[in-house]
Design a protein. Structure first.
Length: 680
């Protein structure tokens, strides 16, 4: 008998709808998916496009699915299949399905509850220090007056870990008037009122708000049929057009005027959503922007922002004189092609301006004999790299303060845990940045906002410029884990060394089942699907490994697992037979989940290779090996389910919600059990 249906709160729904859509993407046709979600088609479309590229994560396609009619389907089920399933269920779960010990999203309650918060004394050499809130809502959060994304006690906890700013995603036409289509701006004033309330509340906690600025967004063919003179390259609103420039100036000015105390904005001008004519390298198709070139267009765009911020701030001072600090513009070189920085940076007006570069980008690395360079966020690679160093030098020559974009907590190397316990890697990176002359840090993207030992370490190093990072790590360990501090620090050393063996490549971090881990199903035949960006890995081994030969890909992951296994054993053996604190158990959980994820990827890769060999004429011995792999996968899935069932943080990331839930892991165990039967 199924358990009684449990009510789902608004809070839970707002942090799980992506999980529900993803889990049903291959099961339901669009019509039934809309019914399940109780959404309009417009709501689904907005979610797919604006919820952090969700449609890309789903593969830019909707599989064709038959309408599910349960009453008809149940009549067609073979009774033999039912008996086999029952037998399989009893074999895998002889005591029944494990219970959920800690409710989903319990971490929200925990992080929103008052607790003693201590912070390192002194002022940091890095400011701002920007993070993304661990459980903030994507979509359209400013439409609600709820404080749930940014509760006071969570802000206190982050401030205690050294965070002095948080960032949030906006679409400009949602928070200011869009002059050519009022529908796009519906409720913009309400959103600004809520943003002002949030900024005021955060300021009282010592935290500034920075806004994501990736504008102006592309428009539809229908829009340009009505407004043909605004068109630039492709579907861009051309930023060389005076009316578009005025729209951008007016919009930012209104925001700064109505949100006194705003920390500022960070601009992305050559990546993410298609925006200006040169944002994705096709500006030569625009008669106005083409002759200017990307560097000049991007420079002019950011100067528009600077002027608009200044105009809005001047108005805000008249009504809110207490807020005397002008909002800052952080110009980010994300996606800038070679040569743009040399043109753009000298053009910028140096008025409350910072320049930011991803620290580890272009860093040369060698893993398993394969040479490459970092092209995404990485904690396995220690920055800064040559690209950031070069761009910072150009900025400094133009008297522009410099910031480093890093990932202090986690990265797409694994985002299913709140932080990667490779503190020696993080510490060495921050130590290097202290010498590089950067004055601010962006501590994470949508992932990485958990009040962790990693953030505590960054704070300590920023406030003690001469403190060796090894000593700082021991201080953090002792502060958090008391008598077990030295042991935890040793484990962190093992984790950090092992993690440097990760087979890094942008394709690996986007496509491999790093986030799905053991929840990723296995198939008796090739599905032919291509892995999607941090979404659905399928069985696309070639897409997972990219530049790494199969044996090297597996071997490098095994090196990481071996180091983590050693560190986990150290922690467990030291605390064996002793009552340990919840915080130490959570530390062990984080390390063990990484181990389980990577061990599963090794299994999955070996299974796919074995399946391929079997199809081309393998023998009975190969079937035995496949069954061993499948048995191991069942064990990994159930171990992960047990941890997630007791630690609600596991598997969650703000822009993806839960990558998996225990039921997915139970399904994986049954999936493997059925495959074992097929190979017997």
């Amino acid at each position: 008998m199924l358990p009684a249906e449990q009510a789902v709160s608004v809070s839970q729904w707002d942090r799980s709808y992506l999980t529900v859509v993803r889990r049903n993407w291959h099961l339901l046709p669009k019509s039934q998916l809309l019914t399940l979600m109780d959404w309009t088609e417009e709501h689904l479309e907005f979610t797919l496009i604006e919820d952090d590229f969700f449609y890309v994560k789903l593969g830019n396609l909707k599989p064709k699915c038959q309408t599910i009619d349960y009453n008809s389907a149940i009549k067609k089920v073979d009774k033999t299949e039912i008996a086999q399933f029952k037998k399989r269920l009893n074999t895998v779960f002889p005591k029944g399905l494990p219970k959920q010990e800690e409710p989903f999203f319990h971490f929200v309650k925990e992080l929103s509850t008052p607790s003693p918060n201590t912070t390192a004394e002194g002022s940091s050499m890095f400011s701002p220090r920007i993070a993304y809130p661990y459980f903030a809502l994507f979509g359209d959060p400013l439409l609600s007056e709820s404080t749930e994304s940014y509760p006071d006690d969570y802000l206190d906890k982050m401030h205690a870990k050294g965070v002095d700013s948080i960032w949030m995603h906006i679409v400009l036409s949602k928070v200011s008037p869009f002059p050519w289509d009022e529908k796009q701006s519906k409720n913009w004033e309400k959103r600004l009122v809520n943003l002002a309330k949030l900024a005021d509340r955060a300021n009282k906690k010592g935290i500034k708000i920075f806004l994501y600025l990736n504008e102006p967004r592309n428009q539809t063919e229908e829009f340009f049929a009505k407004n043909p003179t605004l068109r630039g390259s492709g579907n861009s609103l051309c930023t060389s057009k005076p009316v578009v420039q005025q729209y951008l100036k007016d919009s930012l000015s209104i925001i700064c005027e109505r949100v006194p105390g705003l920390g500022g904005f960070f601009s992305i001008s050559a990546s993410e959503n298609p925006t200006n004519c040169w944002s994705h390298g096709k500006g030569d198709l625009c008669p106005d922007c083409g002759p200017k070139g990307a560097g000049r267009v991007i420079g002019e765009l950011n100067n528009l922002y600077i002027d608009a911020i200044g105009a809005g701030f001047s108005k805000a001072k008249k009504t809110s004189p207490a807020h005397s600090e002008r909002p800052r513009l952080i110009v980010w070189d994300w996606g800038w092609r070679d040569g743009i920085a040399e043109i753009t940076l000298p053009l910028l007006k140096n008025e409350s301006l910072s320049f930011m570069s991803v620290s580890e980008w272009s860093l040369p690395i060698e893993r398993g004999g394969i040479k490459s360079a970092v092209g995404e966020y990485s904690i396995s690679s220690i920055g800064p790299g040559p690209r950031a160093t070069k761009h910072w030098q150009i900025a400094k020559q133009n008297n522009i303060s410099c910031m480093a974009k890093i990932q202090a907590n986690n990265s797409w190397e694994i985002a299913a845990i709140p932080y990667i316990p490779a503190l020696y890697n993080v510490g060495e990176h921050i130590s290097n940045l202290r010498k590089a002359g950067v004055t601010g840090l962006m501590l994470g993207w949508s992932l990485g906002g958990y009040p962790s030992p990693n953030l505590e370490l960054v704070d300590l190093l920023g406030k003690n410029k001469e403190l060796p990072f090894e000593e700082a790590i021991l201080k953090v360990a002792n502060n958090r884990y008391a008598e077990h501090g030295a042991t935890v620090a040793k484990a962190w050393r093992l984790f950090s060394t092992a993690f440097r063996e990760f087979p890094y490549n942008i394709g690996v971090v986007y496509n491999a089942p790093l986030q799905a881990g053991p929840s990723n199903l296995l198939w008796a035949k090739d599905t032919k699907y291509k892995a999607t960006m941090v979404g659905l890995p399928y069985d696309d081994l070639n897409g997972w490994r990219v530049i790494y030969p199969e044996d090297v890909f597996i071997g490098q992951l095994q090196k990481v697992c071996d180091g983590f296994a050693e560190g986990i054993s150290l922690l467990k053996n030291t605390t064996k037979g002793k009552k340990i604190s919840r915080v130490l158990q959570q530390e062990i959980n984080v390390a063990e989940v990484l181990y389980l994820h990577y061990s599963s990827i090794i299994n999955q890769a070996k299974f796919i290779i074995g399946r391929r060999t079997l199809e081309s004429g393998g023998n009975a011995q190969l079937k035995t090996e496949l069954k061993k792999i499948l048995t191991s996968e069942i064990d990994l899935a159930l171990r992960l389910a047990a941890i997630q069932g007791s630690d609600s943080r596991i598997g969650f990331e703000a822009s993806n919600h839960y990558f998996y839930v225990p039921q997915d892991l139970f399904e994986k165990a049954l999936n493997c059990s059925k495959l074992i039967e097929q190979y017997s």
